[in-house]
Design a protein around this ligand. Structure first.
Ligand SMILES: [Zn+2]
Ligand SMILES: [Zn+2]
Length: 446
C-alpha cells in the first residue's frame, strides 16, 4: 500500500491538474447567485459536475441539497466534506443579480469548488483503495438564514421541517451515516494568516414578527385606525433600550429588518412585518435575550392597542471545533502554506456570526476553518474573492489530505477522533431541542 505521503502527493497533483475546472465551477456560481432554498441552477451545476467525475449522488435533499458518496477500499467511518450552495442578498454587490439582489457576499461559491476539488483529489489513483471508510460529498442549501417569511411558509406547507440546510439534512437523516464533517469558509483581511482554525460562533433564534393594526384614512380619520407601524417602532425602540442589560462577554446581537411597512401612504398601516435575530454565545444567554425581544414586541403592541404575532424559529447552536480534527487540518494546511500562515484562535474567540455547522458540531466532530482569500467586508457590497488559489485549490487540498490522514489504513485516526469526542447530544436529543424552540405566540395589546 502507498504511504500517506504518497497518497497526499497524488491527491494534490490531481487537484492541480483540474484547477481551472474547479475555479470555473466557483466563478460560474458567483455569476449565478441564488439564496437559500432557491439554489436550483447551482444544484444542477453541482449534479452535472459530479456526474462528469462519475460520482453517484442523490439530489433534491431538503429541496436543493445534494449528497454523493465515494467508497473507500474497506469499511470504516464516513467523513463528510461540505460545501454550501446559497448566496446572500446584498444590493449593489459587484456580482449581484440585478433582479433578485442575490450575491455571493459570503464566498459560498468557493466552498462548492473546494468540495469538488477534495473529491478530485480523493479520486486520484490508489487513494480511495488505501482508505477504510467513505467520503460523503455534501452540497447543502441555505446556510444564511434569510427570507424568513418564505421559509416559514415552506414549513407551514410541510415542505420543510427545520428551516436551514444542515438542520434539515440532519432531520431528514442525510447525516445519519456520517461520523464527522469538515468544510472551509472564505475569510477576508480580518484574518491575519492564510488559514485560521478554532474559535466558536454565536447560536441564535430566528424571529418572524407581524404587527396587526387597523386601516383607516391617514388624513381624514387616523384616530379610527390602529397603526401597526407605530407599534413596530415602539417595539424596536424598546429593543434598543435593552442594550445596557446585555453583557459584552455574552456577545448578544439583537437585530432585524422591517420587510413590510404598510401598503398605501394614505391608509394607516395595518400589517407590518419584521424579521429578526437574537444571537448569543450560549443557550442560556440566548434564551434570556429572546425573552427580552418578546417583551419589547409585546410592549409595542400594548402601547398602540395592536396585536403582535411572534414566531420564534429554531436557529443555530453555538459552534464547537473538534480538537483532533483541528490538529489534522492544521498539519495539512501548514504543509501547503507554511507554519506562519496557519493561525489558531483561542477556543473562546467568538466571531459574533452564526452557522448551522454549529448544529452539526453538537452531534458529531466537525472542523470549520477559514481561508483568507477575499477583500472587503463579509456580507458587504465589497466582499470579493481575489485569490482563487487560496479560495478553492488550497482548501480542497487541505481537506483531501485531512481525509487521507483520517481514513488511511484502518482509519485509526478517525476512530481515535470518535473515541475522544463523544457528541454533546444525540440526533434525537437535537431534534427534540429544536422542536421545543419553535414557539408561536399571539399577543393582543389591550
Ligand atoms: Zn455569511
Ligand atoms: Zn458564509
Amino acid at each position: 500500500m502507498p504511504t500517506i505521503e504518497e497518497l497526499k502527493l497524488k491527491a494534490q497533483a490531481a487537484i492541480d491538474e483540474r484547477s481551472d475546472w474547479l475555479v470555473d465551477i466557483s466563478k460560474t456560481i458567483l455569476d449565478n447567485p441564488e439564496p437559500g432554498f432557491h439554489e436550483f441552477k447551482t444544484a444542477a451545476l453541482v449534479s452535472e459536475r459530479l456526474s462528469e467525475l462519475g460520482v453517484g449522488h442523490q439530489t433534491g435533499i431538503a429541496l436543493t441539497g445534494i449528497k454523493g458518496v465515494l467508497a473507500g477500499g474497506r469499511p470504516g467511518p464516513t467523513v463528510a466534506v461540505i460545501g454550501e450552495l446559497d448566496s446572500l442578498r446584498v444590493l449593489d454587490h459587484a456580482h449581484a443579480d440585478p433582479e433578485t439582489g442575490a450575491a455571493h457576499a459570503c464566498g459560498h461559491h468557493c466552498q462548492i469548488g473546494m468540495m469538488m476539488g477534495a473529491a478530485v483529489g480523493l479520486m486520484a489513483p490508489e487513494v480511495l483503495d488505501s482508505l477504510a471508510g467513505n467520503v460523503a460529498l455534501i452540497a447543502v442549501p441555505a446556510e444564511e438564514f434569510i427570507d424568513v417569511q418564505y421559509r416559514w411558509n415552506l414549513h407551514k406547507e410541510g415542505k420543510l421541517g427545520l428551516m436551514a440546510g444542515k438542520q434539515e439534512f440532519i432531520r431528514l437523516g442525510a447525516f445519519d451515516d456520517v461520523d464527522m464533517a469538515m468544510m472551509v469558509h472564505t475569510a477576508s483581511t480580518n484574518e491575519r494568516t492564510k488559514f485560521a482554525i478554532g474559535g466558536t460562533s454565536n447560536g441564535h433564534v430566528v424571529k418572524y414578527i407581524r404587527f396587526v393594526g387597523k386601516a383607516a384614512h391617514a388624513g381624514g380619520s387616523p384616530e379610527l385606525g390602529v397603526n401597526a407601524l407605530q407599534a413596530a417602532m415602539v417595539a424596536l425602540n424598546a429593543l434598543n433600550s435593552q442594550r445596557e442589560t446585555l453583557r459584552n462577554e455574552d456577545t448578544i446581537r439583537l437585530h432585524g429588518i422591517l420587510t413590510h411597512g404598510g401598503v398605501a401612504v394614505n391608509s394607516i398601516p395595518a400589517d407590518v412585518r419584521y424579521e429578526g435575530r437574537v444571537r448569543g454565545r450560549s443557550a442560556e444567554v440566548i434564551a434570556d435575550a429572546n425573552m427580552k425581544m418578546d417583551r419589547c414586541m409585546r410592549a409595542g403592541a400594548l402601547a398602540m392597542g395592536a396585536t403582535v404575532e411572534i414566531v420564534s424559529i429554531p436557529g443555530y447552536l453555538p459552534m464547537v471545533n473538534n480538537d483532533d480534527l483541528m490538529d489534522v487540518f492544521k498539519a495539512n494546511a501548514e504543509d501547503l502554506v507554511g507554519e506562519r500562515e496557519v493561525g489558531v484562535h483561542p477556543p473562546n474567540l467568538n466571531r459574533g456570526g452564526s452557522t448551522d455547522m454549529g448544529d452539526l458540531s453538537q452531534i458529531m466532530p466537525v472542523v470549520h476553518p477559514y481561508t483568507r482569500a477575499a477583500t472587503g467586508t463579509g456580507h458587504g457590497t465589497d466582499y470579493v474573492i481575489q485569490d482563487y488559489e487560496q479560495a478553492v485549490i488550497n482548501p480542497a487540498k487541505a481537506m483531501a489530505m485531512s481525509v487521507i490522514d483520517l481514513l488511511y489504513g484502518d482509519a485509526e485516526r478517525a476512530k481515535q477522533t470518535l473515541d475522544n469526542s463523544p457528541p454533546n447530544m444525540s440526533k434525537g436529543q437535537y431534534l427534540a431541542l429544536q422542536d421545543s424552540r419553535l414557539v408561536e405566540e399571539v399577543y393582543v395589546g389591550e
